[in-house]
Design a protein around this ligand. Structure first.
Ligand code: COA
Length: 159
């Protein structure tokens, strides 16, 4: 992410589906808050390898389309989360971002990627299955990254 993404990122986080399903740690994001995060926790996470909050960008204009996050990163695996800004949905942006996430994972030497969706998130379920993720077990209550407990379905892919 860079400072140029801050306005679009903050706007996207106000979308009802992002608020419902993306489990972002903060309730509200302003462009200023996003810039502060880029220069603190996001930058630090990239430097020490514990967190990668990435922009999904349009390959021709470099404009912000959405967000892809690697978190809970271990030696062999990591969890990913993602969201696409509402005005850019319907073009399979997240599917292409997941394909790139798999490439990045291979380069990093990860063996598996994990993902979780809330039980009633059919769009995300479709995106994960299309990308080759397999469902692991049934929905169960889990603490999600925002700290709330949700009925979650887990997915896994060997990279
Ligand atoms: C999930 C999300 C990233 C998908 O956005 P996108 O990449 O634009 O996805 P698309 O709209 O192109 O749809 C991708 C697939 O899902 C399907 N889909 C989309 N909305 C759907 C819905 N409401 N019900 C069922 N399937 C749906 C599409 O038909 C398409 O399937 P196909 O490729 O087999 O034809 C987006 O909806 C989003 O940001 N949601 C809010 C945040 C979120 O849920 N993040 C994931 C948390 S794990």
């Amino acid at each position: 992410m860079s400072d140029e993404d801050a306005e679009a990122y903050a706007a996207g986080t106000g979308d009802a589906l992002v608020r419902r399903f993306a489990h972002l740690p903060l309730e509200k994001y302003s462009p200023q808050i996003v810039r502060e995060l880029i220069h603190s926790v996001i930058g630090a996470g990239l430097r020490d390898g514990t967190l990668a909050v990435l922009t999904i960008a349009d390959s021709s204009s470099d404009s912000f389309l959405g967000s892809l996050v690697f978190f809970d990163i271990n030696q062999d695996d990591a969890e990913i989360g993602y969201w696409v800004a509402p005005e850019h949905r319907g073009r399979k942006v997240s599917g292409r971002a997941l394909a790139l996430a798999l490439q990045i994972s291979r380069i990093l030497g990860l063996k598996r990627l994990r993902a979780r969706t809330v039980q009633d998130n059919p769009a995300s379920e479709r995106v994960l299955l299309n990308a080759g993720f397999k469902q692991e077990g049934e929905a169960r209550p889990e603490i999600v990254p925002s700290g709330k407990t949700e009925m979650s379905v887990s997915y896994l892919i060997e990279v």
